[in-house]
Design a protein around this ligand. Sequence first.
Ligand code: AMP
Length: 281
Amino acid sequence: MILFKRAGDLGSWLEHQRKAGQTIGFVPTLGALHAGHISLITISKKSTALTVCSIFVNPTQFNDPKDFQKYPVTLEKDIPMLEKAGVDVLFLPDVAEMYPQGTTGLETYDLGPLETLLEGKYRPGHFQGVCQVMRRLLEMVRPDHLFMGSKDYQQCMVVQRLLETIGLPTTLHRCPILREADGLAMSSRNVRLTPDQRANATAIYRALTAIKTGYPAQPIPILIDAALHILEAGGFRVDYVSVADARTLEPLPGPSPDGAVALIAAFQGEVRLIDNMELSL
Ligand code: AMP
């Protein structure tokens, strides 16, 4: 595995590989890696010649400064995990490399309703930060294929829109959610849960499963109420439970032939967790 800290060095090395006909897969991360991240790398390795992974805790996507300060950094564990997974290139830039002009007054993107729905509503500015960092990373790596997790369902939609806006010929692959044995979606934030919170956290999976089981037979408001009860009984403070159109994320009034997804964001103590499940008719 080759490690680059400078975008210029990474760009020249990749250009050389591109000219030699190698296809490039890219897995961007914030680090604190777990098996969910590694699953994206495994998928990339199956379909591309070279897999590039980045670790960068992007300050501009944290709407809550406390969340940024407490974001786990575990590079000494991450690097051997990436080597074992067979990553070819690790890009490890610092803030000055990504934002040479600083992080204030950056460009903004028109994200349409994605900006104000769900994560957009509860984490104002978050997706602007995601676009700011993803644009820079994508222009530095110029991947043929980009691998991102369905766990961040709305983020995948935002990045798809970004790719169309900036006109890069990169194909985005939305990959399955990896879960712990008890159903909790793997997340870098899970390490911040106390043992009691960790035990309670399965309520998200139980709530999503209850929605999936009841859909489409039961009315959506009843399904949402039942999910809220499960979450509150598990000690969660809920931001949202939504049954939404899978293409737009607008709330669904009733079952849809065009695809539906249940999405939840909720706090266990100070730790905010998100998860989702696609629903079938
Ligand atoms: P993060 O480091 O949290 O920004 O995540 C980096 C990438 O890994 C994103 O595309 C996430 O959607 C994806 N990811 C995070 N958790 C999981 C998971 N449990 N299963 C699959 N992919 C995941």
